[in-house]
Design a protein around this ligand. Sequence first.
Ligand code: TXA
Ligand code: MG
Length: 322
Amino acid sequence: MTPTAVNQQSIQRAAELLHQGKLVAIPTETVYGLGADASNPEAVVKIFKAKGRPSDHPLIVHLAYAAQIQDWAERVPNSAQLLAREFWPGPLTMILPKKPWVPPVVTGGQDTVALRVPDNPVALWLLRVFGGGIAAPSANRFGRISPTLAEHVAEELGDTVDCILDGGPCLVGLESTIIDLTDSQPTILRPGRITRSQLEAVLQVPVALKSQHKIRAPGMLASHYAPNTPAFLCAADSLQTQLEKRQVQGERVGVLFFSPELAGLHGTDQRHLPEQTEAYEAALYSALRELDQLKLDSILVEQPPELEEWQAVIDRLSKATT
Ligand code: TXA
Ligand code: MG
């Protein structure tokens, strides 16, 4: 399955495939999603098979309009209205109590549902033509790096999807921020581009950050987002030493860095990522994939600063590295 160019015909066809219970890979602003009709349990089951994902891991339902949350959520608290108004379409997923009709296979058997209006013209076009909710996890095999290009989906899931819509590179590049609005205190389950401070500024209440150890969202499994090549986080000032130590042992080492002063490392396969957080996020997964494909012995990843704006990157890197 090669990626399909986006036009009126391919969108129409993708919507028909979804209505027929087939799988369609769709671009979003965060990462590519592996989509199925969220109201069709048999279609949704195919997602789990294609990804090799455990069936108790819930999916995000993508919607065209914020007003559609009424169809999926039993109660829509004021906090959800506020966040939708501020951040949708955008990289924010809200966990809300589900309507009784929502298929348990979508929610991993939980009584809550994850909802998001993505900020990508292709995704929104398809969602509008399709009309319903599209359940879509990231379009990668379970535990692997999320795809940020249509080609990534084709490489990894090409034989199991019925259509891959080519929307070009994902502009955000990291999975959405997930906020749980079902408890008395709003809680971030997965950090993303939309930060805790931004959420607190809108909600005017403190927002908790779920400890990384409790596994409720599969993005929180330690093995998640991992390349095949062993990867290690490394502070900039010890990276050179680490690199030499490994090279002396005969290792072929890849380096993923952003500090300009590391640009002079020689004898390595390296990817120089932007220093600016948003540009770094957009480039990270592609770079990791490229290094992974070189079948090196190890990858050294420069440790980003412990600042709020880097929280999502730190979260993903700590899961991708050992
Ligand atoms: O940016 C994104 O969120 C991308 C694009 C495609 O929208 N999707 C994505 O899906 O990252 P996935 O399946 O890889 O991650 C969805 C996360 C999982 O960690 C899942 O556990 C969590 O959402 N989730 C879904 N429903 C949930 C629920 N009812 N309660 C708690 N977590 C939930
Ligand atoms: Mg995922």
